[in-house]
Design a protein around this ligand. Structure first.
Ligand SMILES: Nc1ncnc2c1ncn2[C@@H]1O[C@H](COP(=O)(O)OP(=O)(O)OP(=O)(O)O)[C@@H](O)[C@H]1O
Length: 290
């Protein structure tokens, strides 16, 4: 059952259109991702859902009390240096009629209640900002760029935390640039591009929808322009001398007609990833690698 329904959302800041036309719905209990390049309109969309911005037109229905039952973690959490984790949680809890059990939140996030904000690592700050979003025991948690800037270990710990939150029945709306995060966490995802929805699907559905059968990765110092004309090829990208070719059909045989095996090395065949699907659906890669 839908807990959030966004219908033809349009939001302009003066002359600048941030969201052109966005519609999707989020089912109760799912982790729903919103992905797109910088400036695609992701933050504006979730801020409208959270009631922090007013749509220029279109409608948003949220089956929850916005003040009491929707927790929001926006980009860039900052608190006074000296405030301790326990104090920050207590302060935010005082805004709610029925706050969450702070002991359970501390257990879930693994934070030291006596640590001052200034002493927290990037990952701990991120976990605190998630805890603050959950302090009102919300039905819906909106998390914006949850793991940007975290190292791989801190990112994995944050993903585990989100899975524990979902296991409690919280619906999670997650804005992210990272396709690995989407594959790991999201049941479904809306791909935004230039203020519009390109696709709403499961991660596997997005890959299938992009029509990318497989990809070849190899090294060569030969020119690769001729590969793009092959009917089997969807995209060709290179980084240094490593070339990635996506496509369908008998891709290896087609590529080898243009590039003899003697001129390439390290050839491997991989299934298409969500990064590839993003590239195929928007014409651009999702973001710089974390
Ligand atoms: N308060 C504002 N005033 C004017 N323009 C804005 C404002 N907020 C966002 N924009 C513009 O609206 C567009 C969409 O911004 P938004 O922050 O929603 O995108 P985003 O997909 O979340 O990007 P990012 O990944 O960089 O956070 C951008 O072109 C941005 O510059």
């Amino acid at each position: 059952m839908a807990i959030i329904t966004v219908d033809h959302l349009h939001k302009a800041y003066g002359d600048r259109v941030a969201v052109e036309d966005v519609s999707f719905s989020v089912d109760e209990g799912e982790i729903f991702g919103i992905v797109g390049r910088n400036g695609a309109g992701k933050t504006t969309t979730v801020e409208c859902i959270a009631g922090l911005r007013t749509p220029t037109s279109g409608t948003i229905r949220v089956d929850a009390d916005l003040k009491e039952e929707v927790g929001v973690q926006l980009q860039d959490c900052s608190l006074p240096d000296k405030i301790r984790v326990r104090e920050a949680l207590g302060l935010f809890a005082s805004f709610y009629a029925r706050p969450a059990d702070l002991g359970r939140l501390l257990d879930e996030t693994g934070l030291d209640p006596d640590a001052p904000f200034a002493k927290l690592s990037g990952g701990q700050r991120q976990r605190l900002s998630i805890a603050l979003a959950l302090v009102g025991d919300p039905k819906i948690a909106i998390l914006d760029e949850l793991t940007t800037g975290l190292d791989p270990r801190a990112r994995r710990e944050t993903w585990d935390l989100i899975e524990r939150i979902r296991a409690r029945g919280v619906t999670v709306l997650l804005v992210t640039h990272f396709m690995a995060e989407v594959e790991r966490l999201c049941d479904r995802v809306a791909l935004l591009h230039a203020g519009r929805v390109r696709a709403v699907d499961t991660p596997a559905g997005l890959i299938a929808r992009a029509g990318l059968g497989q990809r070849l990765v190899f090294r060569t110092s030969e020119p690769i322009d001729g590969l793009r004309d092959l009917p089997e090829v969807t995209s060709v990208t290179s980084a240094g001398d490593e070339v990635t070719v996506t496509g369908a059909g008998d891709l290896p045989a087609a590529v080898l007609t243009r590039l003899p095996a003697s001129r390439i090395s390290g050839l491997r065949v991989e299934r298409a990833s969500l990064d590839d699907a993003f590239l195929a659906l928007t014409g651009q890669p999702p973001a710089e690698r974390p």
